[in-house]
Design a protein around this ligand. Structure first.
Ligand SMILES: [Zn+2]
Length: 200
């Protein structure tokens, strides 16, 4: 079993650090020595904070139940009587866990995150799309007034095709048989197609 597959809960994924309170080496959300809550790791992997495997094929229920389990461990109510520093950490955990849940629940942002390390497309300098694809989109948009039904059919077909390609890439990647290099370009195309779908 690899380190990634081994991740069961947040307490198992955090690398060993020194407990801020008792100064003993400590691994996990709560120090096993003194019981103090530890801060969320900076730049934590969003899958790791929820104790999830890094996968594209995850269902919402699995993400929600991982989020619930992790939230239970660090919920601010549990630390209501704790020193201010721990109450603050509990709030930081809440923000970290909510951010992870939000980013991973949506398949498109989950795909962006796996492929690029951020849950959304880059502000600028995204993947360059082939001119013939952009031309197709342009033509479809031009046809929209004359023949909306034909455009709708074609756009749905394009979307199904892109969804299929994404799915295949991630399936191969999850079996360690492919890289995700082409995923950002697929996601960018999908965004064009989704925008067009919204205009129908
Ligand atoms: Zn401690």
């Amino acid at each position: 079993m690899s380190a990634v597959e081994d991740m069961g809960s947040p307490s198992e994924v955090a690398p060993a650090v020194i407990c801020w309170k008792c100064r003993e080496p400590c691994q996990g959300v709560v120090c096993p020595g003194c019981g103090a809550l530890q801060p969320p790791p900076p730049q934590a992997d969003l899958f790791a904070v929820l104790g999830l495997e890094r996968r594209y094929h995850l269902d919402r229920k699995a993400i929600d139940s991982a989020w619930r389990a992790a939230s239970r461990q660090t919920h601010p109510d549990r630390f209501a009587g704790a020193p201010a520093v721990e109450r603050r950490m509990a709030l930081q955990w809440t923000a970290t866990l909510n951010q992870a849940r939000r980013a991973l629940r949506d398949p498109v942002s989950r795909a962006w995150y796996l492929a690029t390390g951020t849950p959304r497309p880059p502000e600028r300098g995204g993947p360059t799309l082939p001119p013939d694809f952009l031309e197709d989109i342009f033509d479809l948009r031009m046809m929209l007034v004359e023949d909306p039904d034909a455009v709708a059919d074609r756009v749905r077909q394009l979307k199904a095709d892109l969804d299929g390609q994404l799915d295949a890439r991630f399936t191969a990647w999850e079996q360690a048989e492919a890289s995700l290099d082409e995923v950002p370009a697929l996601l960018s195309r999908l965004k064009y197609v989704d925008n067009l779908l919204q205009e129908l």
